[in-house]
Write a protein that binds this ligand. Structure first.
Ligand code: ADP
Length: 323
């Protein structure tokens, strides 16, 4: 790359024309790396502000290769205004999120209805027993009521915890940082269970809208720890999958899950845990959060024992370029 093509902050200044800023930082550097790698790159939803109004751009940098030689003679920068497109995508994502929330609400109502039904029946039985002066019975019925109420409290407290943590952050953060924060918050439990957490972060991943990803990684860490009550290893890794997506994996050395459960794991209220120990909401919530990113989560068992949960996050629409 020669200085003739990108002298100083020339590109930064040119791109800043038509915005409120004097210089648009970082673009000369990005363009240089495109020219030296010889591969074009697209930066999606780059925000710029004109007269106080923020629009979104798609910026494509393409190198022009030298004839019969390595390197580039220069390059092009194509700028498209994708604000409308991006807003439409957001509205669609919001509609999908609301639909998913609606489905979850229906299942929550159903799940709360079962213990409520039981409680009502036991209260009626207790009242009848008191009327008939069978005074040894109400205690037994009240114990059943208490069990039902505890189940309901567990469900509502997990949902409340979720909504409390769901102050969706609009900040762009490196994915390793979000994973680290989640792991750190679970470290005392991991130490107590004698679980070693190993990290393998593929370097240089772009920053991503942190949203509720912290919650996803907390849930996956918690599940891995639950699967290894007698200790083990949790391997957490992140990497780029081509130029399209980021991948984060949580692999543990627990017993894995039954293959016939593979489809059900992400259903709300599916749990194999003992009564009172799990609500079956964790993975369903993870899946809902990732839908907002147009991402997905899959589960598999590894041949050497243990399970692996893989999160795939498309880069398009989720990143800032100059991270
Ligand atoms: P909960 O943990 O309350 O049961 P989740 O939705 O988080 O709810 O998990 C659903 C089910 O998926 C668990 O009950 C368990 O059967 C299975 N599961 C989740 N994570 C793991 C794991 N790391 N290893 C084995 N099974 C798992």
């Amino acid at each position: 790359m020669s200085n003739l093509i990108c002298p100083g902050d020339y590109i930064d200044k040119s791109l800043a024309r038509g915005t409120d800023e004097k210089v648009w930082l970082g673009w000369t550097e990005q363009f240089r790396s495109v020219l030296s790698s010889g591969r074009s790159r697209t930066f999606d939803e780059v925000a710029y502000t004109l007269k106080g109004k923020t629009q979104l751009l798609r910026i494509t940098c393409t190198p022009l290769p030298k004839k019969n030689a390595q390197g580039a003679v220069g390059g092009t920068v194509l700028i498209e205004d994708v604000t409308q497109d991006a807003n439409m995508q957001r509205q669609l994502a919001e509609a999908e999120r609301l639909a998913a929330l609606g489905r979850l609400a229906a299942k929550v109502a159903h799940e709360l209805n079962n213990p409520m039904d039981g409680i009502l029946r036991y209260v009626n039985l207790a009242m009848r027993a008191i009327e008939q002066e069978k005074l040894e019975k109400p205690k037994e019925y009240l114990a059943q009521c208490r069990e039902g109420l505890m189940r309901m409290m567990q469900i509502t407290s997990e949902l409340l915890e979720f909504s409390r943590r769901t102050r969706t952050s609009l900040e762009y953060v490196r994915i390793e940082q979000i994973i680290e924060d989640a792991i750190k918050s679970m470290e005392p439990q991991a130490d107590a269970l004698n679980v070693r957490i190993l990290r393998e972060y593929g370097g240089n991943l772009p920053a991503i809208r942190s949203g509720n990803l912290f919650q996803v990684f907390c849930n996956l860490t918690k599940n891995a720890l639950d699967a290894m009550p007698n200790g083990g290893e949790l391997q957490v890794s992140s990497r780029l999958e081509g130029e399209e997506a980021m991948v984060v994996e949580f692999q543990d050395t627990g017993p894995g899950f039954a293959p016939e459960d593979a489809e059900s794991l992400f259903e709300p209220f599916f749990t194999t845990r003992a009564p009172g120990e799990g609500t079956g909401l964790g993975l369903a919530i993870c899946r809902d959060i990732l839908e907002v990113y147009h991402g997905r989560i899959t589960a598999g068992n590894v041949p050497e024992g243990g399970s692996v949960f893989t999160v795939l996050l498309p880069l398009k629409g989720n990143l800032i370029a100059n991270s």
